[in-house]
Design a protein around this ligand. Sequence first.
Ligand code: HEC
Length: 122
Amino acid sequence: MNTKTKFFGSTTITFLSLCLFFLVSIFIALAVCSSEAFANSSINGASLFKSEGCIACHTINGKGGKVGPNLSHIGANNLSYRWMKKQLTDPAAHFRNNIMPPFKSMPPTQIKMLVNYLESLK
Ligand code: HEC
């Protein structure tokens, strides 16, 4: 009887610690996911414009390079989404003496963020 109780007791403890282990793992997984979601949500068109190097050639609101045209009011030109996307991925299709590098491997979500940002500049 005594050993049976003890056996039952240690099984319960093992079970409880397993539960605790799973709970802690789930908690850590959730924490990692939410921090990643937070990191992703902090990426936007304006930050991509800097991190992708557009700013080295283009000026927006007084900041940036002068190799390419000033984009401070690019949104006022009502260029279509398709045109903008093409300019980012294959600028040689638009300009005969193209200088701008093609951003071919940019993920579609980032292209969308950048184009939306540029179109908002009026
Ligand atoms: C090495 C310099 C350089 C970099 C880097 C660059 N561009 Fe350009 N961009 C140019 C030049 C030069 C032009 C003029 C047309 C051409 O050469 O394609 C241009 C044209 C454009 C245009 C069309 C402007 C107009 O009025 O017709 C847009 C929009 C544009 N770039 C956006 C971007 C974005 C967004 C990035 C970053 C993902 C970027 N560019 C990176 C040099 C650059």
